[in-house]
Design a protein around this ligand. Structure first.
Ligand code: ZN
Ligand code: ZN
Length: 603
């Protein structure tokens, strides 16, 4: 079932197209600025860039002209030709290109490639030429510019970038472009970008009053508004129901602990950079916790355990704090305080497969519920060269545990890919990547198999033979953190949450003040029946009231005028545009309760 890690990006046709488009762009820029200096231009995710040192600042009109020139160039069907040359020859070719000369010197010395990245061996020096343009380059490229389809690339924007990323160096002008195999792929990508902008969780989070950040509270520390509070309550309710059914026990642990605990777990000193600085109380250092595991280990270890008690599954929606540099914070996706859908499963080796698949099963149920159609589990393995450094120094255990995970995935029919040298310190991990409704990829969840830390905590159970045995520990968080999950769901649903998740499920709208009492009464009855509702009794006209409910993406609007009041009925307008006039309130309540109870996707 394990697919070999898909074709490496560096070897793909798309990479060659983008790399070649970067050359073509550099040629077009030099046509426009014959004295311009070129630096480097690698492919990146979704496209490419090239950095230039030019006599003046580029304008959006320049980008259009450069793009136009690029189209002419690619139609010339020029071949890309590689030549291996000596450093001397290279210096002659690039005599008036000082940045290239610097790169050639780097190549000559060895230790860096033509982009200035560290390199183990001394590279050969090569150039690629197409048409009149020559670049210092080791490829790979497409055969001919005709493989760069003239309607499948686009220049996106201009940005500033320091030469070699060093702010002491000169500021260069970077042009970003995107390139694809065909026009349709480009169109799809541009559409996705546009949708992602509309669905940006920071924008929707503000509009739908889900969360805010406050300067005096601090960066990366979200404040959940009442609507966000409801989302979180609903997600926790879901997790708790599912975990209870799957045999988990709930525990609670404090936010602060003594330094000793993290010394024992090994987080200190290795993980210290990601932790908040300690506070000292009565001569003892205390840390706010970056994760819950060590405390759960203590709970497991607080009692004598026999094989009959296993597996033990301890769950907690624990709040953790991690220090992230302020420049790396990003909305809800990268924060400093987080509430994690955390649990630790302690089991024996022969229980491992069943427990592991139990976790995978939970994932799949959540994916079904949220309509996540595309996902990949990525099994991250150790690398021999990292043993004793990045990884616990016990190759035998690594190989054994990795094989156990692989077997469990194979036997459970779980699609996965393998990635070497990306494991956690104490064991292999499974990163789960999911795709939102508009096809953007998110890394939200991780499972880890831990064969090392239970031993550090002296965790044990008495096995069937009456001997002490160290349990395995599975760390899992299928619903990620509230922060990341809500960030993802905002984009995934574009804010149109299913009824069960919607902060406000129904809004009652009176047509005139005459029906205000009736409207208020209906809202009360709805709330009594477990439907989150309120009545809009403002003096606005009905259409304005409907508009404001639509802006908040409320799934149900109940409009009441004199007719409805006399007949003790309501008129229902659903978020999807459908409408049902004059229905009994009890019929609407039955419908809403059914959608909520089933956590239905439909309205
Ligand atoms: Zn190149
Ligand atoms: Zn953990």
């Amino acid at each position: 079932m394990s697919q070999q890690i898909q074709e490496k990006y560096e070897e793909s046709q798309l990479y060659k197209i983008r790399h070649s488009a970067a050359h073509v762009m550099a040629q077009a820029v030099l046509d426009m600025f014959p004295d311009g200096k070129i630096t480097i231009g690698p492919p990146v995710e979704n496209g490419f860039y090239y950095d230039f040192d030019l006599p003046r600042n580029l304008t959006p009109e320049d980008l259009e002209a450069i793009e136009k020139r690029m189209r002419q160039i690619v139609q010339g069907k020029h071949e890309f030709k590689k030549t291996v040359i000596s450093a001397e020859e290279a210096k002659k070719i690039f005599a008036d290109q000082p940045y290239k000369l610097e790169l050639i010197e780097g190549l000559e010395k060895g230790g860096t490639d033509e982009y200035g990245n560290p390199l183990k061996e001394k590279p050969e020096i090569s150039i690629y030429q197409h048409d009149t343009f020559v670049d210092l380059c080791r490829g790979p490229h497409v055969q001919s510019t005709k493989e760069i389809k003239q309607d499948a690339f686009k220049l996106m924007n201009i940005a500033g970038a320091y030469w070699r990323g060093d702010e002491n160096n000169k500021m260069l002008q970077r042009i970003y472009g995107t390139a694809w195999e065909n026009a349709q792929q480009l169109k799809d990508y541009l559409h996705q970008l546009e949708e992602a902008k509309k669905r940006d969780h920071r924008k929707l989070g503000k509009e739908l009053e889900i969360f805010i950040f406050d300067d005096e509270v601090g960066p990366g520390l979200p404040l959940w508004l009442p609507n966000g509070g409801i989302l979180i309550e609903e997600l926790e309710k879901l997790a708790k129901e599912m975990e209870e059914a799957a045999g988990y026990s709930r525990v609670r642990t404090p936010i602060l602990t003594k330094e000793d605990l993290f010394l024992r777990s090994g987080h200190l000193p290795y993980y210290a950079e990601s932790m908040y600085a300690p506070m000292e109380l009565e001569g003892v250092k205390y840390y706010v916790k970056p994760m819950n595991c060590p405390m759960h280990h203590k709970i497991f270890g607080a009692k004598q355990r026999s094989y009959r008690d296993l597996p033990v599954r301890l769950a907690e929606y624990g709040t953790c704090y991690r220090y992230e540099k302020s420049g790396e914070l990003f909305g809800l996706m990268r924060v400093r305080s987080m509430q994690m859908n955390d649990a630790h499963i302690y089991c024996s080796e022969d229980q491992f497969e069943q427990e592991f698949l139990g976790v995978v099963d939970l994932y799949r149920k959540y994916f079904d519920l949220f309509g996540i159609e595309k996902y990949v589990m990525r099994l991250s393995l150790h690398a021999r060269s990292g043993l004793g450094k990045k990884y616990v120094d016990n190759e035998r255990l690594w190989l054994k545990t990795e094989e156990m995970v692989r077997r469990a995935m194979d036997n459970g029919g779980v699609p996965y890919v393998e990635a070497e040298d990306e494991a956690a310190f104490y064991g292999p991990k499974i990163d789960v990547q999911v795709w939102s409704a508009i096809g953007r990829e998110f890394s939200l969840m991780t499972n880890q198999v831990d064969f090392a830390v239970p031993e550090r905590f002296d965790l044990k159970f008495t096995n069937k033979e009456g001997h002490d045995e160290v349990p395995l520990c599975i760390h899992r968080a299928p619903l990620s953190t509230h922060e990341r999950l809500v960030g993802f769901l905002l984009e995934h649903y574009a804010g149109n949450f299913p009824v069960w998740l919607s902060p406000e499920q129904a809004r009652v709208i009176s047509i005139t003040d005459n029906q205000n009492e009736y409207a208020e009464n209906i809202a009360k009855q709805l709330r009594k029946n477990g439907v989150r509702a309120h009545a809009d009794l403002s003096s606005q006209r009905m259409n304005a009231k409907i508009r404001s409910a639509q802006l908040m993406k409320v799934p149900y609007m109940l409009v009441v005028g004199d007719n409805e009041m006399k007949a003790e009925q309501v008129s229902l307008r659903v978020r999807d545009g459908s409408q049902q006039n004059n229905i009994l309130l009890s019929d609407f309540i039955a419908r809403a309760k059914d959608r909520i109870a089933r956590r239905a996707a439909g309205l």
